[in-house]
Write a protein that binds this ligand. Structure first.
Ligand code: FPP
Length: 261
């Protein structure tokens, strides 16, 4: 996606850091950046705050990363907000997260409109509490015609559930004669995933130092580059993103073949 040079320079000049935007090659910005936002709870505990305060701070970090990705011309930013396994957290924390999702979404709609960001959800949002679902559906409708960056929020998402769903859809199509078994190939699977309209992530960022994939986009990350930082998600900012992209640009991506050099 094209980026606005003046807005980009102004955004990164706001908070200078020990790394420079000159360290990244703007011609090789990853099209799809994906974030596993981990460490909100630990960030809060380390400050003597409640886990809820950690999630609130995490939302501010997500807002910063959304703006930074828009300024850099990233096509798709995806973020893992709530997994199918997160329902196992204490009910009070689940309720708070659902409330925060709805509130954040209402508060953020002007930003998404101003920046021409199109929202989509990865996962089964029909199972969310009605208020959260209604706000998300309103957001989908309000941003549907936007032509800038796509923000794909994984909510009630699990990769195994997603792949199982795709297998079921394929089975139905085969059983009804719409699809021949010999036509079941990679694209038949990919087109039945929540991400069917998105390119695969080129860069996956995981915060808080955990070396896990946690049931996230298992199909789509086959050739993604991983960047893991010890920073807790609420402390991850525009410069964290610059560091991640600089590291990504230093990698030799071979996709199972030999190096291009
Ligand atoms: C992981 O931290 C984070 C989450 C479970 C939720 C993250 C959600 C957001 C930052 C906002 C998303 C916003 C919208 C509008 C969908 P953790 O609780 O696992 O932290 P811990 O591992 O330190 O306990």
């Amino acid at each position: 996606m094209k980026y606005d040079v003046d807005k980009f320079n102004a955004y990164f000049a706001e908070h200078p850091a020990d790394i420079s935007i000159d360290d990244i090659d703007m011609a090789r910005i990853p099209r799809h950046v994906s974030c596993i936002m981990d460490g909100n709870g630990r960030w809060a505990t380390a400050r003597g705050l409640s886990r809820g305060e950690g999630h609130k701070a995490g939302i501010l970090a997500l807002q910063e990363v959304i703006t930074a990705c828009v300024r850099m011309g990233v096509d798709v930013l995806s973020a893992y907000a709530f997994s199918t396994e997160n329902w196992n957290r204490p009910q009070a924390e689940v309720n708070l997260l659902m409330h925060l999702f709805a509130k954040t979404f209402v508060d953020e709609l002007p930003l998404l409109k101003r920046e021409n960001v199109r929202v989509e959800f990865l996962g089964d949002i029909s199972a969310l509490p009605k208020k959260t679902r209604d706000v998300f559906e309103y957001g989908l409708e309000q941003t549907r015609s936007h032509t800038g960056m796509t923000l794909a929020l994984a909510v009630n998402y699990g990769a195994r559930a997603e792949l199982t769903r795709a297998a079921r859809l394929i089975a139905e199509d085969v059983a009804s004669g719409r699809l021949a078994p010999e036509d079941v190939d990679d694209s038949a699977v990919a087109s039945r995933l929540y991400t069917s309209d998105l390119p695969d992530p080129e860069l996956v960022i995981r915060t808080s130092g955990e070396m896990r994939v946690s049931n996230y986009l298992l199909w789509q990350i086959a050739y993604s580059e991983f960047y893991i930082t010890d920073t807790y998600w609420p402390d991850f900012d525009r410069w964290g993103l610059v560091r991640a992209i600089a590291a990504f640009q230093g990698r030799d991506r071979r996709f199972g073949g030999l190096s291009a050099q």
